[in-house]
Design a protein around this ligand. Structure first.
Ligand code: NDP
Ligand code: 8X3
Length: 252
């Protein structure tokens, strides 16, 4: 990365980690291209953060819209030093045998296909600028749980994709990191449950989960390390969360 990188493209900046990261980077003097589908959220962020923020509204599953948004970047936002692949979601909490195939396809299209499409488009710029790529994976990439099924699969892809990118980008100076958070309170669970705010409130109640700002700080720390340092993967959990044992079914 250049010694003073200036422009970050942060996907999924209309909520949660992405919005907190946009605020964190702009507070530190960066420019941010903020993406997401909700125009009113992007407009509000632009009003809050000023002209250091360029809103780019597109659905990450829509390749033509993504390419149009990249083509339409104002000149001063074109030199992307940092891509934060954050946009993503879980859909459903049911075990695989009860899950909706449409939910699985939504997660794969968003968390994998959209993400690799954008990464492929931005890589030449990152290489030219010796930039950095931060992928927001999850503890679900490593630790299976009932109902994690396709979501965990998409995040495992992302963690492994990150390590393989490191190998391919060897010698280019481009840094690649997978950040793997555990439980953090954002809109994630409302989205996962198709709008059940009460279920989201129950999950986080009394658990003292991580916050969007915690993860934004981790993203910012990784991005601003000296250029000779690469964090390959960074796993974070709230202190209140840890590991359970294997489950055993008895009785045939
Ligand atoms: P939020 O639901 O709060 O934010 C998700 C963001 O992703 C929104 O800005 C949303 O924007 C964007 N997004 C979702 N789908 C699309 C799409 N099709 N096109 C464009 N943007 C999209 O969740 P978080 O901030 O918690 O999640 C951010 C990332 O962190 C995700 O990849 C998630 O899997 C991961 N993560 C979350 C954890 C948690 O416990 N919260 C833990 C570990 C990882 P919009 O709806 O406006 O399009
Ligand atoms: C989100 C964390 O545990 O809900 O990636 O899968 S978890």
């Amino acid at each position: 990365m250049n010694t003073s990188p200036r422009t970050a493209l942060i996907t999924g900046a209309t909520a949660g980690f992405g919005r907190a990261a946009a605020r964190r980077f702009i507070a530190a003097g960066w420019q941010v291209i903020a993406t997401g589908r909700r125009a009113e959220r992007l407009d509000a962020l632009r009003a809050e953060l000023g002209d250091a923020l360029h809103p780019a509204r597109f659905d990450i599953r829509d390749e033509a819209a993504m390419r149009a948004a990249l083509d339409a970047l104002p000149e001063r936002f074109r030199g992307i030093d940092l891509l934060v692949n954050n946009a993503g979601l879980a859909q459903g909490t049911q075990p695989a045998q009860d899950a909706l195939l449409s939910d699985w396809k939504t997660m794969i299209d968003t968390n994998i296909t959209g993400l690799v499409t954008l990464t492929h488009a931005v890589l030449p710029t990152l290489i030219a600028r010796k930039g950095a790529l931060i992928n927001i994976s999850s503890t679900a990439a490593t630790y299976p749980y009932t109902g994690g099924n396709a979501y965990g699969g998409t995040k495992a892809f992302l963690s492994q994709f990150s390590l393989n990118l490191r190998a391919d980008l060897h010698g280019t100076g481009v840094r690649v990191t997978a950040i793997e958070p555990g439980m953090a309170e954002t809109e994630f669970t409302v989205v996962r449950t198709h709008g059940d705010q009460a279920a989201s409130d129950r999950l986080y109640a009394g658990a003292n989960p991580m916050t969007a700002e915690d993860i934004a700080e981790a993203i910012f720390w990784v991005a601003t390390l000296p250029p000779h340092l690469n964090v390959n993967r960074l796993e974070l959990m709230p202190t209140s969360q840890s590991f359970a044992g294997f489950q055993v079914h008895r009785g045939g």
